[in-house]
Design a protein around this ligand. Structure first.
Ligand SMILES: *Cc1c(COP(=O)(O)O)cnc(C)c1O
Length: 374
């Protein structure tokens, strides 16, 4: 059994995907070929954002947004601690200070009250709190109504890290269309993944288009030999765009399958562990299906799954504020108790659109048996 099975999807797509790759190989247009712009227009239509720009990976997507915002030393950016390291890493690249914020115990997403505490911490340290990077963790959108209210009151921007949440919805809005800029990743294991690294940035503001296009190609100006700002090489390969065009066609159907599988998991497990809660009005794309196993029994459950040949994963063993490289950065208040508790309790189970009911039943019964074993 696989944690994320990409080969079943490949089989479903048949030769269409391989043909699309070969077309690019034969065309010779490996960088910014026509597939790149085609995909960008399709991504805009899919999520309802005015502008989509494809980029080399999700980390560059976040970094390009911070470059466009002009983030610099003395700025503080509020980041959830319970996330993948890229979310906070990019803040440090520009000399700004990440302030690690706690999350909510039921949705695993950034806690608005902790954002308020983090703003106070920034000011106490003599830093300018300028923005928040909420993460749509495990595929579920963060609490944007609350975050937008806090950011509006404090003149702060939102950079939505929807690397795991592309395709999810928040009260009728699709991720990608939320935040001053939204950044996503098409890493192969994300809900919409390519065959290598890839990512995208989304935004409404026309004024961001020229700077972001320029920053994506070394800060080039109208005259491509006169660079007008310091940028990076942040382009997506044409081959990856061709792969994504094929995969986007089946993505809505795959999201539906992920939701059916998540519902089956919850029905089978809700009496035994803490299953994920989806707030009213929100939908998840289930990048991960993550349960909480309290009372110090998580590792025993993971071991039993392993014995039965079932892969599982712990996202995240160490919240960012506990990691060596980030331990010196400030946290919102006196520690981040929820992030610390979750790190000891979370367990992600196999999740992909092609997980069979038989496999799923075996996973659920193994989890239940592991809990009854004591
Ligand atoms: C995967 C991920 C990223 C980074 O994406 P890459 O394409 O791997 O660079 C950023 N943030 C979160 C929350 C992620 O899960």
């Amino acid at each position: 059994m696989q944690f994320i099975d990409l080969q079943s999807q490949r089989a479903r797509l048949g030769t269409a995907l391989e043909d699309a790759i070969l077309r690019v190989v034969r065309s010779g247009q490996y960088i910014l070929g026509p597939e790149v712009a085609t995909l960008e227009r399709q991504l805009e239509a899919f999520c309802g954002a005015r502008h989509a720009l494809t980029v080399a990976n999700g980390t560059d997507a976040l970094a390009l947004a911070l470059m466009a915002f002009g983030v610099k030393a003395g700025d503080a950016v509020l980041v959830p601690s319970f996330t993948f390291a890229a979310t906070g890493e990019v803040v440090v690249w520009f000399g700004a200070t990440p302030i690690f914020v706690d999350c909510l115990p039921d949705t695993f997403n950034i806690d608005p009250a902790s954002i308020e505490a983090g703003i106070a911490t920034a000011k106490r340290l003599g830093l300018r709190p300028i923005g928040v990077i909420p993460v749509d963790l495990f595929g579920l959108p963060a609490d944007y109504d609350a975050i937008e209210a806090i950011c509006a009151a404090n003149a702060m921007w939102i950079l939505a890290d929807t690397a795991q949440g592309f395709g999810a919805t928040y009260k009728g809005r699709r991720t990608g269309s939320i935040g001053r800029v939204a950044a996503t990743s098409f890493f192969p294991a994300k809900p919409l993944g390519c065959y290598g690294d890839g990512g995208a940035i989304f935004f409404e503001d026309d004024a961001l288009l020229e700077p972001l296009l320029s920053l994506r190609v070394h800060g080039q100006g109208v005259d491509r030999y006169d660079n007008v700002r310091i940028g990076m090489n942040g382009r997506m390969d044409t081959i990856q765009a061709a792969v994504l065009i094929e995969k986007l066609k089946i993505f809505p159907d795959e999201i539906a399958a992920r939701n059916r599988i998540a519902e089956r998991y919850s029905a089978a497990l809700e009496k035994h562990v803490i299953v994920p809660r989806i707030p009213t009005g929100l939908t998840s794309v289930w990048a991960q299906y993550t349960i909480r196993v309290p009372d110090g029994r998580r590792d025993a459950v993971a071991a039993k799954l392993k014995e039965a040949g079932i892969p599982s994963a712990i996202y995240y063993v160490k919240p960012m504020h506990r990691q060596t490289a980030y331990s010196e950065y400030p946290v919102a208040a006196n520690g981040l108790p929820v992030s610390d508790v979750l790190a000891g309790e979370v367990l992600s189970l196999p999740m992909h659109p092609y997980l069979s009911e038989a496999d799923q039943d075996r996973i659920a019964s193994t989890v239940r048996a592991a809990l009854e074993a004591r």
